[in-house]
Design a protein around this ligand. Structure first.
Ligand code: ZN
Length: 150
């Protein structure tokens, strides 16, 4: 068992969805394991879309903080959609998420690379916490309902 905690940070409105005109929102934050930052996460969805429609997470997993460089991290792209009572996740090519949010120097893993990289396990552990502990993500996913735990 890890002791991953989540610290929500900023958010931004990215303009209207080309399909429905609703605002697309980006939120981000950081994940810590026993006090050490292990990942940043970015989520992007369109307000007014259903959480059963696919939306995306980008995680930057690895060394953060003093002395850490972008080359010490890996970018992992994840497609998410809400299932019956819990969200489902699928790794995608990180390069498919061309979000340009400061982590562009961090090597992007393809789906195949991510599935073979230990950073993938970290990413999924972080996402398991984010969907409960980032209230913005939780509110979108649950649509006001309670999510089931593990
Ligand atoms: Zn839309």
């Amino acid at each position: 068992m890890s002791n991953i905690t989540v610290e929500p940070d900023g958010q931004a409105e990215l303009g209207p969805c080309a399909d429905c005109g609703s605002s697309t929102r980006s939120v981000w934050g950081y994940a810590y394991d026993d006090g050490a930052c292990i990942a940043a996460y970015f989520a992007r969805w369109t307000v007014g879309h259903q959480p059963q429609q696919p939306f995306h997470f980008l995680l930057s997993v690895g060394r953060w903080g003093e002395g850490a460089e972008p080359s010490m991290r890996r970018r992992i792209g994840v497609e998410c959609r809400m299932g019956e009572d819990r969200p489902g996740f699928m790794v995608i090519d990180a390069d498919a998420l061309n979000w340009g949010q400061g982590e562009s120097l961090v090597p992007a893993l393809t789906r195949a690379q991510a599935l073979a990289d230990p950073a993938r396990d970290v990413a999924f552990s972080v996402l398991d916490r984010v969907v409960f502990d980032d209230p913005r993500v939780h509110a979108f996913l649950s649509g006001g309902r309670q999510l089931t735990t593990g």
